[in-house]
Design a protein around this ligand. Sequence first.
Ligand code: PLP
Length: 395
Amino acid sequence: MEIEALKQMDLDYVLHTYARNYTHFIKGSGATLYDAGGRDYIDFGSGIAVCSVGHGNLRLAEAIYKQAKNLIHTSNLYCIEPQARLAKRLVELSGYDMRVFFANSGAEANEGALKIARKFGAERGGRYQIITLDSSFHGRTISTLKATGQENMHTYFGPFPDGFLYAKDIEDIPNKISNVTCAVLLELVQGEGGITPFDKQEVQNLAKFLKTKDILLMIDEVQTGIYRSGELFASQVYGIAPDVITTAKGLAGGVPIGAVMTNLKDIFSPGDHGSTFGGNFLATTAALEVLEILEEIKQSGKLRGITDYFTQKLQSLQKSHSDIFLQEVGLGLMRGLRLKSQELLSKFLQESFNEGVLILKSGKNTARFLPSLTITKEEIDRGFERIDSAIKRFV
Ligand SMILES: *Cc1c(COP(=O)(O)O)cnc(C)c1O
């Protein structure tokens, strides 16, 4: 389809919730995307941390095809073998003694976490308040939007459910706790809030403190999860044992899925929570294959190697262009380059795109890099050569 006609159709029929770039991608292979005009782009965004095993991954495609031609969905009224296997795999690989509920997105996984927190509180004298952080991001549903501590996103959509309170940072959380607090929900590295990992010691101290207060620690690993940190969950890197973990983005390599896991193994009874699509044959089969692929590259040391390589590239870019880059930040293959201003960030992203590199934004002035975890050195080199040319265009 002609790009102008496609753009017009999109504008005419799709609600305008995204400030889209009207590039028309028609093919992908590894960390490379191809547009309808035949140009190629190095994808350092992976569809926002979703395409964890790259584009056009044949192992994933074959697992999906084999499952799809047999059964895609039967509903949760019957047992679903790949769902049970996936839950077992998540528990085994994480080492956390938990049970899992499957949903279809990050926001929906977080809704599950909020319901766990509320039921936990209800059983303890009616505690209901959930503390989250300023500049956090937890989703777009009414409740997860309220859990999101960026007040500018709340305009128009109230009244919201009660019982959310925002702390400035990790150290401020104890100040917000009262006798109605039931849980704390936070990201260990804020994906939309600037990519700065929280301090390990502060997080561990918080975890200990919450335990003494019988308040749940719930970690939103929708973006940090699924080996992006180097481990299955960033919580493992931080050496904490959360009560609840949510995950989604990279879990099924692009097939919609979300999961909430908890050590409160009996918190829900039949009827308390549910989902029509959640954990169906298609999504959980895809996720099982993704975990297999990623566990292999972790065990072989490849993930570590490529993470170090990518990080070194970013650090030397920051050093050689300290006129525009303030700092290199991040954890694993979730990385950011802080720029001196918002204007410089816009130019950097635009010129990189013009040279054929896809990079995301985070917070006000951070360029965010979320490459697929299977990216090769050659693709990384090509991406950084293009970034060099892009910088020459505006500095
Ligand atoms: C993306 C994201 C969400 C929301 O996920 P959706 O799948 O878009 O609903 C929630 N929390 C974090 C940390 C995220 O990065």
